[in-house]
Design a protein around this ligand. Structure first.
Ligand SMILES: [Zn+2]
Length: 73
């Protein structure tokens, strides 16, 4: 079940809402950040023992959706 911000993004991709703690929102937000912010997030994920590859994949998916829908990132 998507969070309310993901629900809004479904209807309007450019709405720009993100719900803290939602993995999809985090990936969507990271996909739109400057590269150095994204890299910092990957390092932080690794430092807390998270799955960096999964996070990168999720961000890539969100980036592709943005590109498909013509949302500037
Ligand atoms: Zn969400």
């Amino acid at each position: 079940m998507p969070c309310w911000a993901c629900d809004r993004a479904d209807k309007n991709r450019a709405s720009g809402y993100y719900q803290a703690g939602c993995a999809v929102c985090t990936a969507r937000q990271l996909a739109r950040m400057p590269r150095q912010h994204r890299m910092a997030a990957y390092v932080a994920e690794r430092d807390k023992g998270g799955d960096v590859a999964a996070l990168q994949q999720a961000v890539r998916e969100q980036y592709e959706i943005d590109k498909r829908d013509g949302v500037a990132s």
